[in-house]
Design a protein around this ligand. Structure first.
Ligand code: NAP
Ligand code: ZN
Length: 348
């Protein structure tokens, strides 16, 4: 076995603390990765606080992993020692179902294996994530990080990047399209950069006036403060596509639906702990669509990384040491992240 050091929540809702554990020795198709950096996703906070249901503890969170290949199993063909690689939210799937066969492993009909908190498919144990110094992953769930992307800034692309790229691509954000991003956090700020690079007009819908200047600097064409009394009236029937990245259910969805054009779509990627309350009338009256989207498959994740390298897109990050993780969580909860915390796992 391979000795690993990480940061784990010992029990639900407890602060994270140093933790040592073991990774499996590489099997034929496994890649051993020295983790250099791992982003902090709001999902990590939902997970360690059991906001989506009971988890497995101790839990080492982290699914925005960037690192360097330490070793490979004898049948690995895509990667060699020293390569820059990434791992996102998935480490396995059935590979047989109709969705897996379409490169949509995130929608595996048997249920995907998440990077942390999932039972391994062979029943050998619970997966542990990227707030650690080493991980062992099947090569088909590893992506290549292009040389032009620095590893610290590449890390958040593995979740925040792909979670916005996938719906923007699926609903065809591009020239002539008016796109809104709800919530300027880790996911939201990637949405602004990606939608802009795809050629869309981009508006940020935020509840924080303090983010107005940043939104425009990040490339947004417009900023709408959703606390303003006239915000919804002034932007009625304006958008083709709205992506909701808000982590809270404390939203009046009918107001946001009213911002869509006829046949427009609002896609929720934010995954709050409580159900959203939905009044269907604004959907009915303008034949609007309300949809959801989960991360992206491995093929699309590689496509997103190559797109980011080509268009020189990287997240805005605040690099911190692993012992600062609990303070970072508190700041994320206050919407005070500018715009993704990344853990320097070399400092564990
Ligand atoms: P984050 O960095 O905390 O950003 C969330 C943003 O939502 C905040 O910055 C804030 O933006 C806004 N917000 C928070 N509370 C609000 C409230 N009460 N009312 C209105 N706006 C509020 O979180 P993240 O890491 O981007 O993740 C966002 C959500 O997506 C989480 O629920 C996460 O679990 C989920 N997620 C889903 C997927 C998927 O595959 N679907 C993947 C990753 C993450 P403003 O200050 O600009 O309003
Ligand atoms: Zn995530």
């Amino acid at each position: 076995m391979i000795q690993a050091k990480g940061m784990a929540a010992p029990t639900s809702k407890a602060p994270l603390k140093p933790y040592t554990f073991e990774r499996r020795d590489p099997k034929d198709h496994d890649v051993v990765i020295d983790i250099k950096y791992c982003g902090i996703c709001h999902s990590d906070i939902h997970m360690v606080r059991d906001e989506w249901g009971p988890g497995h503890f101790p839990m080492v969170p982290g699914h925005e992993i960037a690192g360097v290949v330490r070793a490979v199993g004898p049948k690995v063909t895509k990667y060699k020692v020293g390569d820059h690689v990434g791992v996102g939210c998935l480490v396995d799937s059935c590979a047989e179902c109709a969705h897996c066969k379409q490169d949509l492993e995130q929608y595996c009909m048997e249920g995907q294996t998440l990077t942390y908190g999932s039972m391994e498919r062979d029943g050998s144990g619970i997966t542990q994530g990227g707030y650690s110094n080493v991980i062992v992953v099947k090569e088909s769930f590893v992506v290549r990080i292009p040389d032009s992307l620095p590893l610290d800034k590449a890390a958040p692309l593995l979740c925040a990047g792909i979670t916005l790229y996938s719906p923007l691509a699926h609903w065809k954000a591009g020239p002539g399209k008016k796109v809104a991003i709800m919530g300027l956090g880790g996911l939201g700020h990637m949405g602004v950069k990606l939608a802009k690079a795809m050629g869309a007009e981009v508006t940020v819908l935020s509840h924080s006036e303090s983010k107005r200047d940043d939104a425009l600097k990040l490339g947004a064409d417009r900023f709408v403060l959703t606390k303003n009394a006239d915000a919804f009236k002034d932007n009625a029937m304006y958008f083709d596509l709205i992506i909701n990245t808000v982590s809270s259910a404390d939203l009046e969805m009918a107001h946001y639906f009213s911002l869509l054009k006829l046949d427009g779509t609002l896609v929720s990627v934010g995954a709050p702990d409580k159900p959203l309350s939905v009044n269907v009338f604004p959907l009915i009256l303008m034949r609007r669509n309300f949809a959801g989207s989960a991360i992206g498959g491995l093929k699309e994740t590689q496509e997103m990384l190559d797109f980011c390298a080509k268009h020189n897109i990287t997240p805005e990050i605040e690099l911190i040491t692993p012992d600062q993780v609990n303070v970072a969580y508190e700041r994320v909860l206050k919407s005070d992240v500018r715009y993704r915390f990344v853990l320097d796992m070399g400092k564990i």
